[in-house]
Design a protein around this ligand. Sequence first.
Ligand SMILES: [Zn+2]
Length: 426
Amino acid sequence: MTRRLYRATVFATPRNPFREARALEAFADGALLVNDGQVQACGEFSAIANANPNAEIHDWRGSFLLPGFVDTHVHFPQVRIIGALGEPLLDWLKHSALPEEARMADASYARLIAREFLSALARHGTTTALVFGAHFVPAMEAFFEEAGSSGLRIASGLVLSDRNLLPVLHTSPDAAYEQSQTLISRHHAKGLLTYAVTPRFALSNSDAMLDVCRSIMAETPSLLFQTHLNENQQEVMAVAREFPWASDYLAVYEKFGLVGERSVLAHNVHASNSELQRLAASGATVAHCPVSNASLGSGLFAMTRHVHAGVRIALGTDVGAGTGFDMLKEGLQAYLMQRLCPDGYGLTPAHLLYLATRAGAEALGANAGDFAPGRSADFVRIQAPEGSVLQAVQKNAESPERMLAAIFTLGGAESILSTWVAGRQV
Ligand SMILES: [Zn+2]
């Protein structure tokens, strides 16, 4: 296969900026060398071009190459309810989200939504996503088939619930076990697909259902686990009523062995210090979804407390409570909300890039998210549209880091020129 050398301004965060001062790598006249779907080198154009005289050069000067975005929390059935503003979590679920989730009983409708969803990810530069699925097996079969042919790196699973939602969304623990195992055997570790065990949240699951989740995880250790945690104060109080034996919300999942390095827990807005310490010790990742937190009025995410406790954090759009698929907007919103927090964390462009790329890849165990040699060549080409404000800023940007901040501030789907996974355009 031909080695391809892409010449552009290149950004990546191969190191964690929450722990290391110089985490950002930026090359104003940079290059990404791709061979057989993998990154072979990343650095200054002249050095890489001289060392690889036979590589096929793609001159993309004026464009920016970033690692593909990794969305660690997003719901595929909720594409068409984006923009249902005005309610807190439990009312929004009742009036907007759950009725649409129920429509996924129609597999042909679910397939249509799956296509809209996957196409939206690619158009926004998202190459990898951990996706909350539907409550219905035929809908999940359709979703995995579409995900497999999309070329994207997707982890997802059947959503499990046996109480407190609409009855049509409930299943029994026995059926949940059988159906999950069938989906796992058909789709897990096939191509770029990974299966994720997905109880909706503690409030909608009995002890017996969470015990089924434990069994499924134990039988296939390479699975991922995802659910919601400490999103909204009413939800936290309701969970305390449903699980009187639990010392706090996290303890519910801990009792069933569901909190570990392969677990991604969305939100965690209302976390105690004890929960943060236990999350850090477990190696689990919190999917921070700042647009959703603001839209539903869930609260201000205590990022500083998470960082000081050592909890891993990545970023998620939480469509459809979130207002869209744009991980640049999500990064900007994280920055803005930390500015408003009493004890807010001072996020830099390097933090935003890390949260939107490598942090998510680490959470999902994906060999992607930066441009270290040997990584999958998952990247996004960004170019300021002609006449755009981003283009105006680009003419004046005095440093690559300043430009990266402008990309997060002004970029969006209209500036995503192309999206690549494993060296192939999707
Ligand atoms: Zn969610």
